[in-house]
Ligand binder design. Structure first.
Ligand code: ATP
Ligand code: MG
Length: 245
């Protein structure tokens, strides 16, 4: 479904994604773990078309999308929930959701309305808040809105960058249970970057560990959970980084 092959991305002359390869199968949930600055967001933003890779391929069902615009990539069925939500805080919930369909034009046609309603159904607590300004929502509701905006275009592949950041544990649990329901109901493939390694490995079938722009470990999530190096670095084992749990 999604295949990234020998990808290289730069900021100016700074080489951030280094010959990186990964794949996500249809209906699969795949996790990416890695320390701050490893290049996880750069990878997600490159797949979503916000950064043009210098070389390598990003294949969706065999078609290379590297170099396409973000709108074209949404049309191909790939949506990103960016790190830090990136909402339009002065616009309403409905207006933010309509922007998830900006690649189809900005008219609120019946089809656009029904796509918006379907995305809101994933998070019913947003239902009564359609006309509220996004800046007035709680942090958890803002994260739900950011996810709903990505879902509005009915993606086949969902890219999630640090959903749990700044959220209370029960809000994080609720959001991830909805994500798992979306994955099951619509067979949506999901690539998830998550600082909460335990959570990420619990919901995924496979995972990749990134360090300085490269994949240093990959495997089944159950195996990664028991890998001593992974335990030490990401899961708060002896000498581990408890702050990353
Ligand atoms: N716009 C930018 N211009 C230049 N360098 C950047 C830019 N954005 C990120 N970087 C650098 O690229 C590297 C990778 O950053 P990136 O944000 O992809 O890491 P990350 O793994 O997502 O980290 P975090 O866990 O903190 O979100 C870092 O060294 C960062 O300083
Ligand atoms: Mg990041």
């Amino acid at each position: 479904m999604l295949v990234v092959r020998n990808l290289n991305a730069y900021y100016g002359e700074v080489h951030v994604i280094k010959n990186l390869s990964l794949h996500v199968g249809k209906g699969e949930i795949v996790a990416i773990l890695g320390a701050n600055g490893a290049g996880k967001s750069t990878l997600m933003n490159t797949i979503a078309g916000y950064i043009i890779p210098r070389s390598g391929e990003i294949l969706v069902d065999g078609a290379n999308i590297a170099g396409l615009s973000p709108g074209e990539i949404i049309s191909m069925g790939i949506s990103l929930v960016p790190e830090g939500k990136a909402l339009f805080y002065g616009l309403t919930v409905r207006e933010n959701l309509a922007l998830g369909l900006a690649h189809m034009g900005l008219r609120l046609t019946a089809r656009v309305r029904s796509m918006i309603d379907e995305a809101i159904d994933v998070f019913p607590s947003l239902g009564s808040k359609r006309d509220i300004i996004a800046g007035n929502l709680s942090g958890g509701e803002q994260q739900m809105l950011s996810i709903a905006r990505a879902l509005v275009s009915r993606p086949r592949i969902l890219l999630l960058d640090e959903l749990s950041m700044g959220l209370a544990p029960n809000t994080t649990a609720l959001i991830f249970s909805r994500i798992q329901e979306v994955n099951k109901s619509f067979d949506t493939s999901i690539l998830v970057v998550e600082q909460n390694a335990r959570l990420a490995l619990d919901i995924s079938s496979r995972g990749y560990i990134m360090e300085t722009g490269k994949v240093i470990f990959k495997g089944k999530s159950t195996d990664l959970r028991n890998n001593p190096e992974v335990l030490r670095s990401y899961l708060g084992g002896a000498g581990g980084r408890d702050d990353l749990r």
